[in-house]
Design a protein around this ligand. Structure first.
Ligand SMILES: *Cc1c(COP(=O)(O)O)cnc(C)c1O
Length: 388
């Protein structure tokens, strides 16, 4: 039988990291000693205390049945407590929904709010899932460019009136992947006003809220600002904070009517997060956060090694404010994909072409700080030998 695919599936671009992975595999097969700065997946293991809790929880038969509702009470309480401590924002349990990784919620959210022809405002370059969810619901993406001149924040004034009329949902993502920018309080206040005026739901993706470099520049939660809960929700994840990408656990919190919509979609699609994982997440959120501080120290060292190394050889690079990415302008006017090929072919280095995450990313490449300092030093040495 000839297998056919839906028009929606055909409309989706190939998933970014699958393409990069293919390239990388080919090089490895050819015996190249690859330094992978491509995929944003932490190389460090999940902290021991979280693993120990998981080991105990997995043996408890209560956890072998379908999970309870859209998150165990203990998990929601741990989230509320963490949120209060970190952002001084109070959350009720009906303002929180557990997710099977935040990607799951981000991708499913559209189903609750988007009708065919509705516009979704999406930052570009950006995480591909905002667009995928839009395509799956027959929504229309409108891309908001993130450019350096505007501190990698979207310019709401540049969005045409007829677009605003049809816009129902807006995604933002700070700390930002891939540009490593953070948002200011003024930006969030402006965003809330914009959302209220135009009746647009805000979905703030804060997956990198804990990956920052300076205490005085701690990323904010969008929910810290007055009126945020009226207009939106925020996605959080344990993936990047605790090196738990493979565990698949996160949450969404904020406006309870929006949360109810997401929960209804999920009720019909999945049956929640394995409770043993939720119990491990409770442990992660309620224990000492020293492990997270240690990870930040490691990323800071890696960041400084790569940024200082590349600056020495003439690259013009901004110090990232948060996230574990370096958003680097390619030297000498090379295109993103030309630069990425050169780095792979001549230095065995894998990184992400900026334009693959949106057209405003052209001329940039993204390095993920997911290898140790020695390998980063080696990468800098190899890059140094390339003639640009
Ligand atoms: C990694 C990442 C996420 C989180 O993904 P999980 O599904 O929670 O593992 C969300 N948004 C962005 C922009 C990311 O880079």
């Amino acid at each position: 039988m000839k297998i056919f695919y839906s028009e929606k599936l055909k409309k989706l671009p190939p998933y970014l990291f699958i393409e990069i992975d293919k390239k990388k595999k080919r090089a490895i097969e050819q015996g190249v000693d690859i330094i992978s700065l491509g995929v944003g997946d932490p190389d460090l293991p999940t902290p021991e205390h979280i693993i120990m809790t998981m080991q105990e929880s997995v043996a408890n038969p209560v956890n072998h049945q379908y999970p309870f509702g859209m998150g165990m009470l203990a998990y929601k309480k741990a989230i509320a407590q963490w949120y209060k401590k970190r952002f001084n924002v109070s959350l009720d349990t009906d303002e929180i929904c557990a997710l099977i990784g935040s990607k799951e919620g981000i991708g499913h959210m559209h189903l609750g709010f988007i009708n065919p022809g509705d516009i979704v405002l999406i930052p570009e370059p950006g995480y591909p899932v905002y667009n995928a969810g839009t395509i799956f619901t027959d929504g229309i993406p409108y891309f908001m460019p993130l450019v350096k001149e505007n501190s990698f924040l979207p310019d709401f004034d540049a969005i045409p009136k007829d677009v605003l009329k049809k816009a129902k949902l807006l995604f933002i993502n700070y700390p930002n992947n891939p540009t490593a920018a953070i948002a200011t309080k003024e930006f969030y206040e402006r965003l809330i006003e914009f959302a209220e005026t135009n009746n647009i739901i805000v979905a703030s993706d804060a997956a990198y809220s804990e990956i920052y470099y300076e205490e005085c520049k701690k990323p904010l939660s969008f929910l810290e600002c007055d009126g945020a809960k009226e207009v939106g929700v925020e996605f959080h994840s344990l993936s990047k904070t605790y090196n738990m990408t493979g565990w698949r656990i996160g949450w969404v919190c904020g406006n309870k009517n929006i949360i109810a919509g997401i929960a209804k979609v999920k009720d019909n699609y999945d049956s929640g997060v394995f409770q043993a994982i939720q119990e491990a997440a409770v442990k992660a959120l309620t224990s000492s956060q020293q492990c997270v501080e240690n990870f930040r120290r490691i990323y800071r060292k890696r960041r400084d090694t790569l940024v200082e190394g590349l600056r020495k050889i003439g690259w013009d690079i901004d110090l990232p404010e948060a996230s574990f990415y370096i958003w680097a302008k390619v030297p000498n006017g090379y295109t993103s994909s030309h630069a990425v090929s050169k780095l792979l072919d001549e230095a065995g280095i894998v990184c992400t072409p900026g334009n693959s995450m949106g057209k405003s990313g052209e001329g940039y490449i993204r390095f993920a700080l997911t290898v140790d300092v020695l390998r980063i030093k080696e990468a800098v040495e190899r890059i140094n030998k390339i003639t640009w």
